[in-house]
Structure formats: C-alpha cells, structure tokens
Write a protein that binds this ligand. Structure first.
Ligand code: R2B
Ligand code: URA
Length: 299
C-alpha cells in the first residue's frame, strides 16, 4: 500500500473516535454500529445500478449459502449491501458520481481494517458493468488500463492544477480473472478500457441530441483506440484505477460486458433477454474468479 498517500491526518482522528466521518452518499458513518459485522470484508464490488447491486448481493449470499444480507438503510444516492465478506455498492453513472462512492468506500475500508495497510491490501475491489465494445456483444472485457477519451490517464483539478493518476489495472489479477473463466460459455478477454465523461459526445456517438463528429471521424477514433489495445468504452474505469492505485491497492479490476459493437453502430438495440444474458456474463465472470483458487491465494 502507498501509505504516504493515505490522508492519515484526517483518517486517524476518525479511527480514534475523535471525529465521526459522515459517509453521506453511502448513507452511513464511521460510528455505524453494524460496521463490526464487516470485519471479514475481503472484497468491495461496485456497479452502476442499485437494482443490479441488490441482485448481485442476493446471488452471492445464495452461492455461499447464507441468510445474512445486511442492507444499509439509506439508499437515496447509493445502494449498499454486505454479505459473506463482500460489500456491494452502486456508484451511479460516470466518474463524478462513481468517484464519490469510491472515496467513501476507501474510507470505510480504512476504518473497518483499523488503518492496517497489510489488512487493507487483502481487500479486492471490482467494478462490474456494461460498456460499448470494440468486439462482439456479450464479450466480457477485463480491463488492463483505464484511459480517458484522449487515450490519456484520469485527470482532475486540485487547487486548479491538473493532477494525473496511474491508469494501470494489476495484470496478475486481470490474468487470474481470465484464467478462472477459461471454461465459460462466453468470451472473456483482456483489453484497455476507455472511460468517458459522457455517453454521447465523448464516446463519439452520432446518434445524440448533440453530435460533434460524423461517422468517418467516429470510426477513425474507434480504430485508433482499437490499435492502442482498447476493447471497450464505459464511464468509470480511469477513475477507479487512478484512485485505487493512489492508495496502492494491489488487487482490483473492472469486468464489463459489452452491449453493442461500436464499430457497427451506436444504438443499444439488444433485446431485454440479450441484455440480461450479457449482464449475467460479467457477473458470472466475477463469481468464477471469487470462487477460484487464484483468488483464495491472493492473485
Ligand atoms: C456503462 O453504462 C453506463 C451508461 O449507460 C455507464 O455507467 C457505464 O460506464
Ligand atoms: N455504457 C457505455 O458507457 N457505453 C456504451 O456504449 C454502452 C454502455
């Protein structure tokens, strides 16, 4: 862990109880009396939608054969559940929203693990999501890098100056996820992921209310991205990689199904049945990894 990047000046006052940290968007605080129930936390799974999170938490509980499903009461912003060592939280759409969830989840992990870097390093983070693909719909893409629409790492302004974050996803973890899915009845591939600040303009769609490119320009961008190793396009991966690398988490991933081949079109025209199957592919890919010997071995 990169302990020099922990905001210890603040977080250690939270740990000691001197300050209660309000995780406003998660709908809980560092003084929540249910936090001790999370002492066995080994994974944080995030997804855009609250419905998906509820379904995934129920599925994980059923797979592990447990009745314990803790739901955090306030779900106005994000929906959060805990069961069997895994904390499930929604993050909304896009990096401004998801970055709030990730920061509050990082602080929650810090408190639950008593600020101990060795214990925090055992916690695996994973986003399970949907994306547009540069491949056949239904393919599951495990991210190797998270890049913004200009193919550069995630950037934010701090004190008005640009700060850039590390875009790499841990390769041993991406490899282990692909290996755990060797027998899966759908393709699971590795590839760089573009995370955009909008669904239409930054993803260079020509079907928006506002379109700032034409078909030829869109295809040029998609082909340039493909040549750079990009296999899917969504709205959160660069931030996720950037923030988790900042604290030095050794094991995290983004596992997304693809809903549409962007080289063939912009509209998501898959049927409800296909969309369900595609989403389940990404979830199955995660379960296969979480239940693999590689995961138990910390890879
Ligand atoms: C994938 O799907 C959402 C947009 O439809 C967004 O959150 C993302 O990354
Ligand atoms: N999510 C995205 O961000 N883009 C797509 O094309 C599909 C899902």
């Amino acid at each position: 862990m990169r302990t020099e990047h922990f905001n210890r000046a603040y977080l250690d006052r939270v740990l000691s109880g001197e300050t209660v940290d309000v995780w406003y968007h998660l709908g809980t605080t560092s003084a929540d009396t249910s936090l001790p129930l999370l002492s066995g936390l080994h994974a944080v799974v995030v997804a855009g939608s609250g419905h998906r999170i509820e379904r995934m938490a129920q599925q994980w509980g059923a797979r592990r054969g447990t009745a314990l499903l803790l739901k955090f009461a306030k779900d106005e912003r994000f929906t959060m559940y805990y069961t069997n060592g895994v904390l499930f939280s929604s993050h909304g759409m896009g990096m401004p929203s998801a970055s709030i969830a990730i920061q509050e989840l990082m602080k929650l992990v810090y408190v639950v693990k008593g600020g101990d870097p060795a214990e925090m390093a055992k916690v695996f983070f994973c986003r399970v999501g949907t994306s547009g693909g540069l491949c056949d719909p239904g393919t599951v893409v495990v991210s190797t890098e998270g890049l913004q629409a200009d193919l550069r790492p995630y950037r934010l302004l701090a004190l008005g100056e640009e700060v850039s974050f590390d875009p790499a996803f841990p390769s041993a973890c991406a490899d282990a996820i692909v290996e755990a899915n060797a027998g899966a009845p759908f393709p699971v591939i590795k590839g760089a992921t573009i995370g955009c600040n909008s669904f239409y303009i930054e993803q260079n769609r020509v079907d928006g209310a506002i379109a700032l490119c034409d078909d030829a320009q869109k295809l040029e961008w998609l082909k340039r991205a493909h040549a750079r190793g990009v296999r899917n396009i969504e709205m959160e991966a660069p931030m996720l990689a950037g923030f988790l690398n900042h604290w030095g988490f050794p094991r995290f991933a983004t596992v997304c199904c693809t809903l549409v081949d962007r080289l063939r079109g912009d509209q998501v025209t898959a049927t409800a049945e296909e969309l369900k199957r595609y989403s389940e592919n990404a979830e199955t890919a995660l379960w296969n990894y979480l239940e693999s010997p590689a995961y138990a071995a910390g890879r």
